[in-house]
Design a protein around this ligand. Structure first.
Ligand SMILES: *Cc1c(COP(=O)(O)O)cnc(C)c1O
Length: 464
């Protein structure tokens, strides 16, 4: 078998997939009629599909494959661990070497005041853990009325009940009668979409003060925590104005509530620091992690716990009744350790900050010259392009929001690159190993895709 020959019966796989596989976040009726794309191989930043076509993965899978595909070191570490001890739990006074080693490693990488980690298998589970941890913490501190958790509209914290509730995706709330009680949402710091009557600096402060207003209205004695992604990923790479996080920091400092930095996307080098909150000078009490922790090679998540919360939760004769069969899974921990070792050895975090990050950003921002692009933005190695119908009035959206984004996404795939659409914003989050040459290919492909999209829209009379 070679990676690039057409050895897969695409049609047969598509038919079976349509018959039996229910996909996440998918319109299954249309998808089954159209047929799924089938990815068969990965190497570095490149994917190969079942037709032998090579595709540049501008999304690092789902924002997670920091070290790129095909890393034998990770596969070897997992293989070795599986032979030694494929599974054992970490309940009932038990641990195992990979869980110990990973915990020590994570504590070293995290800011000084964060020294322990609670394991789970995904970002969603991490946020379910956060939900219970935050409320239990305040109970133990003798403040059982502090129960409300404040999130942000258009934030994303996963798909489970707590994850969906903490997140601010209205379409998700509509399914399952969510959010659950005791979650409050404030506006997001989305300058291009919601704040452009002001300067970004003014708007950043105004958006941050929504938190202050919410806490003061709900009552500080009722509010347990504020949860936010340093940069909202799934919401459309919402990079807050520079004034936002400093103002949030001030507000949190003056009030006694916990701050949860959801690091599931922004952690592990994405913003040029080990954790996104460090990039913004924030000091979180809890940090949910997942995705880049294992570069997606195996599923693993966790909650990094500050000394303050750990000490509050740790009371002799009492326990936190929470845990998962796979908490600290040895093979996943081995994958995480091997992944973190690669990130360190190859200096990938620093590389995002001072090499590939600035290199790609310079070229990415120039895409804002394109007639279809209202704004180009990038931080670390995540970026977005806002597609707009009329560049002279860039804040006017397309009529059927999402249609042009989807068209552009499909054309991008046809042109050999994965780029994701959120509404009519195009999103990238490539592996941290992206080379300069690959960055040039990426930007060149985006340019061609924008031109193709423009031509299609012209044909249909959507732009002039
Ligand atoms: C993906 C994501 C999650 C959920 O992680 P899963 O592993 O998909 O459950 C939570 N928070 C953020 C910020 C995410 O991007």
């Amino acid at each position: 078998m070679t990676a690039h020959s057409n050895i897969y019966p695409t049609k047969a796989l598509q038919e079976l997939d349509a018959a039996h596989h229910w996909h996440p976040f998918s319109d299954m009726k249309s998808l089954n009629e159209e047929g799924s794309r089938i990815i068969t191989h990965g190497d570095g930043v490149w994917l190969t599909d079942s037709e032998g076509k090579k595709i540049l993965d501008g999304m690092a899978g789902l924002w997670c494959v920091q070290v790129g595909y095909g890393r034998k070191d990770i596969a070897d570490a997992v293989y070795k661990q599986m032979i030694e001890l494929p599974y054992y739990n970490t309940f009932f006074k038990t641990t195992h070497p990979p869980a110990v080693a990973l915990s020590e490693k994570l504590a070293k990488l995290a800011p000084d005041h964060i020294n322990s980690v609670f394991y789970c298998s995904s970002g969603s589970e991490a946020n379910d853990t956060v939900f219970r941890m935050v409320r239990t913490y305040w109970d133990k501190m003798g403040k059982p009325d502090k129960k409300i958790i404040i999130g942000r509209w258009n934030g994303y914290h996963g798909s489970t009940l707590a994850g969906t509730s903490l997140g601010g995706m209205k379409a998700m709330h509509g399914q399952g009668d969510l959010p659950v009680q005791g979650v409050h949402h404030i506006d997001q710091p989305y300058w291009f979409g919601e704040g452009h009557e002001m300067s970004p600096e003014e708007f950043g402060v105004v958006a941050a003060r929504k938190l202050e207003q919410a806490i003061d209205e709900l009552g500080e004695d009722k509010v347990a925590a504020f949860i936010a992604e340093p940069i909202q990923g799934a919401g459309g790479v919402i990079i807050p104005p520079e004034t936002y996080w400093p103002e949030i920091r001030r507000i949190l400092k003056e009030r006694d509530i916990l701050f949860v930095s959801d690091e599931v996307i922004c952690g592990f080098g994405r913003l040029g620091e080990w954790f996104g909150s460090t990039h913004y000078g924030m000091e979180p009490d809890l940090m949910p992690i997942a995705k880049g922790l294992t570069s997606g090679y195996l599923p693993m998540g966790g909650v990094m716990v500050s000394d303050r919360v750990a000490e509050g939760l740790m009371m002799a004769g009492d326990e936190f009744y929470h845990g998962y069969t796979y908490s600290g899974h040895p093979a996943c921990a081995a994958a995480a350790l091997a992944n973190l070792e690669i990130i360190e050895r190859e200096g990938l975090v620093e590389r995002v900050k001072s090499d590939i990050g600035p290199y790609l950003k310079e070229r990415w921002l120039k895409l804002s010259d394109h007639p279809l692009v209202g704004e180009a933005r990038m931080a670390g190695l995540v970026g977005a392009l806002e597609l707009v119908p009329d560049k002279a009035n860039p804040h006017l959206p397309f009529k059927n929001v999402g249609t042009v984004g989807t068209l552009c996404r499909d054309l991008s795939f046809a042109n050999g690159m994965v780029m994701r659409a959120v509404r009519d914003s195009m999103i990238i989050s490539p592996p941290l190993v992206l080379s300069h040459e690959e960055a040039d290919i990426l930007v060149g492909t985006v340019e061609k895709t924008l031109n193709d999209t423009w031509q299609e829209l012209k044909k249909d009379g959507h732009v002039s």
